[in-house]
Design a protein around this ligand. Structure first.
Ligand SMILES: [Zn+2]
Ligand SMILES: [Zn+2]
Length: 202
């Protein structure tokens, strides 16, 4: 369940829009009739949680085909560090889900068995296998994600949105969750008096 966040200023009446940390979407060539299509641009179909796999099936994709085909898209809501404006980052991404986990599972089991056998320790083998799957999955996503963005550069440029704040062009931002504890700049009264809090689940 994605958590929903909202920023409130303690010095004035500013309340930010409520957002999750972000979500994934699939970009199609033609406008979609799906009820999950973005009303502004119906070529973007939003993968709402927890229906991601059902929506992918409805539009004739899998997590793998959409990722490899340069159609998987990530939207992240962030807050500008300089002025406190909320905006979103958008870029092509990869999301291999269950398929990716299965691909990573075999080398990770091999790592775990090798370490466990060499060190004669089951728990050490288990930990190494688990760390192996995390490391391989992260490296795989980073490398393949970079390749996909270069391979589908035109699509990334058309639908993507970089780190520049739309209000002040600062490129420094904070994502919601790790900054719950600190105060952020209020875009209305300009004081460091906005706190981001969780206000629900979607
Ligand atoms: Zn800004
Ligand atoms: Zn304020």
């Amino acid at each position: 369940m994605p958590l929903i966040y909202e920023g409130r200023c303690s010095a004035c009446d500013y309340i930010s829009p409520s957002h999750s940390e972000g979500y994934s979407a699939v970009i199609l060539d033609e406008p979609s009739e799906s009820m999950f299509a973005d009303p502004i641009d119906r070529r973007i179909v939003i993968l709402e949680h927890p229906l991601e796999l059902h929506i992918l099936e409805e539009i004739g994709c899998t997590d793998w085909s959409a990722s490899i085909g340069g159609r998987m898209f990530q939207i992240r809501h962030v807050v500008c560090r300089a002025c406190g404006t909320m905006y979103n980052l958008r870029r092509l991404t990869t999301w291999f889900g269950a398929t990716g986990c299965l691909v990573m599972l075999l080398p990770s089991i091999l790592i775990g068995v090798c370490v466990g056998w060499q060190s004669n320790s089951f728990s050490r083998g288990l930990i190494s296998g688990w760390l192996g799957i995390l490391t391989l999955a992260t490296a795989f996503e980073v490398v393949v994600g970079q390749f996909i963005r270069l391979r589908y550069l035109d699509r990334d440029k058309e639908f993507g949105r970089g780190a520049d704040c739309p209000a002040c062009h600062c490129k420094k931002y904070v994502s919601f969750r790790p900054h719950l504890w600190r105060r952020l700049r209020c875009p209305k009264c300009r004081q460091n008096s906005v706190r981001v809090r969780m206000v629900g689940k979607s």
